[in-house]
Design a binder for this molecule. Structure first.
Ligand code: SF4
Length: 273
């Protein structure tokens, strides 16, 4: 039976760390709760879970949750997580990162973790902006949108993070949004179960530093936009005429392949015989 919020709070959140300091209406709390529900649904041993974050609004998550946690340096969450997983291959290792953290300064770590197929589940809280530092544009800020560093409109083209992860070698890739929290929970569960590198994009809403600058309205309006403008991959595959200008969500890629720490162990075993 699914636990209610208060059970989950008592079980998985740190005493004395709440209330959180995300802005009112921020989508990040919904995304974090999806992660906690996924861990609970899988019945994982808390002491055998390590959650690693970088720097940014998303990365505050590790302060609130009662697992082994590491709040690391900017862009380096996946690098730290790689070390944790390599030293403790039986541990469930999860990264919580933001769009700037994982695809700008940390982009190199992302693509090589994908390429290696190391057994880490990375959840990117994508709010399309650098929220914590005041609203600079990130690699996922839509072209033409405004940011403090793009007062006349962003001219950069944007990354499709899921395509990037798949192209670099991630073996499980999914996307959902703060509106589609139940689906996000399922994707995170599947990502954790995948023995390899899983990349889950959770599209968030940042009414403060992205929404305000781009006249997107309040949090409810931004969540309603996500409700009305996403299409599940299963429907998109059957009805491609419905896809134009829509965000495709759901399980985007699932192709198990040999995992890095297991491959490495075969080398270690060879020289220990
Ligand atoms: S700045 Fe944006 S992403 Fe950061 S806590 Fe506020 S609403 Fe959330």
């Amino acid at each position: 039976m699914m636990n209610n919020c208060s059970d989950l709070t008592q079980k998985y959140y740190r005493d004395g760390k709440l209330p959180h300091i995300w802005c009112p209406g921020c989508g990040h709390g919904i995304l974090l709760n999806a992660l906690v529900r996924a861990i609970d649904n899988l019945g994982l041993d808390k002491d055998n879970v390590c959650v690693v974050s970088g720097i940014g609004c998303s990365s505050r998550a590790t302060g609130y949750i009662d697992f082994n946690t590491l709040h690391t340096t900017h862009g380096r969450a996946i690098a730290y997580a790689t070390g944790v997983k390599h030293a403790n291959p039986d541990m469930t290792v999860i990264v919580v990162t933001g769009d700037g953290d994982c695809s700008a300064i940390g982009g190199n770590h992302l693509i090589h973790a994908c390429r290696r197929n190391i057994d880490i589940t990375t959840i990117c809280f994508n709010n399309n902006i650098y929220g914590m530092t005041g609203g600079q544009f990130s690699p996922t800020t839509p072209t033409g949108d405004f940011a403090t560093t793009a007062p006349h409109g962003n001219v950069d083209r944007t990354f499709d993070l899921c395509s990037l992860a798949q192209g670099a070698g991630a073996t499980y890739v999914g996307r959902a949004t703060a509106y589609h929290a139940t689906q996000l929970t399922t994707l995170i569960e599947n990502g954790i179960k995948n023995k390899g590198f899983s990349f889950i994009e959770g599209i968030s809403v940042c009414p403060t530093n992205y929404g305000r600058k781009n006249k997107k309205g309040d949090s409810v309006k931004m969540l309603t936009y996500l409700k009305d403008n996403c299409i599940d991959k299963k429907i998109a595959d059957k009805k491609p005429e419905l896809v134009e200008n829509k965000i495709i969500i759901g399980e985007l890629y699932n192709n198990p392949s040999p995992e890095y720490t297991e491959c490495y162990k075969t080398i270690i075993d060879k020289f220990q015989d």
